[in-house]
Design a protein around this ligand. Structure first.
Ligand code: FES
Length: 173
């Protein structure tokens, strides 16, 4: 017997490394979700980039229209077309189109009698026969628009094109 002596120490058991147990299904799901999120972010940023290349523009319909036959307008008159707030001015065989919209704040100008044939009822701007402002707060005269003749013999007014007051359409008899 080995009295007085402690038994020989057994070496401490070294921990045996356990193999890492991967839950492959859970990993697969997280990996898939990660990829999907990445793809979604990529697609969203790609869409935003492409969208930024498209200008934010509202396309309005053309303001060019047929205004009837020249003979519809009596000589030496300014005929008002209410829908487009425009005067067709006829003098003999010449035709012009003058805006009836006051440049001050956009009221509709009325024909009136007297020296200056157009009057804005809102703040009293007066315009001469050429649309030039002669009194009142309007900062400029009335706009004139291009008039042409279509193949079927009708007046065509292009309200997207402004011209000087002396630009007339002359129709030869
Ligand atoms: S809107 Fe015509 S004068 Fe003011």
């Amino acid at each position: 017997m080995n009295k007085g002596h402690s038994p020989p120490a057994t070496p401490a058991a070294t921990p045996v490394p356990q193999p890492y147990h991967r839950d492959s299904r859970r990993d697969f799901i997280w990996l898939t979700l990660g990829w999907l999120a990445s793809l979604f972010a990529l697609a969203a940023s790609g869409f935003a980039t492409l969208r930024s290349l498209v200008p934010n523009v509202l396309y309005e319909p053309s303001r060019r229209f047929k205004a009837g036959r020249p003979g519809d307008y009596p000589d030496d008159t300014a005929t008002f077309i209410e829908e487009v707030r425009l005067f067709i001015v006829r003098k003999g065989n010449s035709y012009r189109a003058m805006s009836g919209i006051c440049p001050h704040l956009g009221c509709t100008v009325n024909p009136t009698v007297g020296k200056y044939p157009f009057l804005c009822p809102c703040h009293g701007s007066h315009f001469d026969p050429n649309g030039a402002v002669v009194s009142g707060p309007s900062p400029r005269g009335l706009a004139w628009h291009l008039v042409s003749l279509s193949k079927d013999g009708r007046l065509v007014v292009d309200m997207d094109q402004t011209v000087t007051h002396d630009k007339t359409l002359v129709i030869k008899a």
